[in-house]
Design a protein around this ligand. Structure first.
Ligand code: NAP
Length: 310
């Protein structure tokens, strides 16, 4: 039977990815939305998640596309109403609130799925398979983009819990922790962080991280001030040459030779996975990317930089 989905928060990512992905994925369909402002033609629309849940008992799962701040209350309302839960990344504002969601979902026998869309990029699995038997001396993440282009008018990214440059940076960390995952590799741990925060803002515009996974030294450079060429790249130095996962995970090269690439099916894959998890009575809540971000905030040296004017 097709999984009936209610979607909450009709912002940039819901319009650009979730609505088209649900429409093209077999086994799921959109039953209603909850939005404070927007409506979708020919679809029941409600002002908030609780009203939607009360009016639509047939909705089996809810997909939250709202900012991380305030997501916990919405997520709890979904689980308490006995519906399965799918979360945009990051899965919450704090690790402890996500653990509380996990416990509630487990207790109620419901699926909870913390989605990491970048892990579904076309070349990530191939890169992971190629890298798994290799000795990796070092890895370097470069994630540079223009915040004004990708997040116009989004005040929540600069507020506590909004993550700042970790909002895209956590995508890189989600790929890294997918590829370097136990038991294939030792777990990734953060060793140092420098966060650059614009004067008057609460979250960083740039971050330099040092990490280790066993003998592998990892550095990450996230920067939201890039107005030239954007870069979403992870470079691995291995015993079999340099391997580069590029374009946010969409292309994988070894020693300059293209090994894998493909189009964007990230969100279609996520909804197919949600469908499978519900059918199998399983959950998927990997907090490894979020833990590294939390560790960076806890251990960072902070530098105050130029004010950011949107
Ligand atoms: P957005 O454009 O600001 O949209 C978020 C939507 O959530 C708003 O349009 C609003 O929808 C609803 N909302 C409810 N409470 C809100 C509040 N207090 N402040 C602001 N909006 C509130 O954000 P987004 O880019 O879609 O990001 C949403 C989530 O998706 C974030 O966790 C983000 O990390 C993730 N994500 C974003 C992208 C991207 O490229 N933008 C990519 C992947 C993942 P209504 O007016 O309909 O209520």
């Amino acid at each position: 039977m097709s999984l009936s989905i209610g979607l909450v928060g009709l912002g940039a990512i819901a319009r650009a990815q979730h609505l088209p992905a649900i429409a093209r994925t077999a086994g799921v369909h959109l039953a209603a939305i909850a939005s404070r402002n927007a409506t979708v033609p020919d679809l029941p629309c409600y002002p908030d998640v609780c009203t939607m849940l009360a009016a639509q008992p047939g909705i089996a799962a809810v997909s939250l596309c709202t900012p991380p701040q305030g997501r916990f209350e919405q997520a709890m309302a979904v689980l308490r109403a006995g519906r399965h839960l799918m979360l945009e990344k990051p899965p919450g504002m704090t690790l402890s609130e996500i653990e509380a969601l996990r416990e509630t979902a487990e207790g109620a026998g419901l699926t909870i799925f913390a989605s990491w869309h970048s892990r579904e990029a076309a070349a990530v699995e191939t890169a992971g398979e190629w890298l798994s038997p290799r000795q990796i001396a070092s890895a370097r993440i470069d994630w540079r983009e223009d915040v004004r282009k990708w997040h116009p008018g989004q005040d929540w990214i600069w507020a506590p819990g909004g993550l700042g440059v970790f909002d895209p940076g956590i995508n890189a960390l989600s790929i890294l922790t997918r590829i370097l995952r136990p038991p294939l590799h030792p777990p990734v741990r953060l060793t140092a962080a420098q966060l650059s925060v614009p004067r008057g803002r609460q979250t960083p515009i740039a971050a330099d991280l040092s990490m280790r996974a066993g003998e592998t030294a990892i550095t990450a450079y996230f920067d939201w001030r890039e107005t030239g060429e954007e870069l979403w790249r992870i470079t691995f130095d291995t015993d079999r040459g340099q391997a580069v996962l590029d374009k946010g995970g969409a292309a994988f090269h070894v020693a300059g030779r293209l090994i894998a690439s493909g189009g964007n099916r990230e969100y279609a894959n996520l909804y197919a996975r949600m469908h499978d998890l519900v059918r199998e009575g399983q959950s998927d809540l990997d907090l490894a990317p979020m833990r590294l971000v939390a560790d960076a905030f806890v251990n960072a040296r902070f530098a105050i930089t130029d004010p950011f004017d949107a």
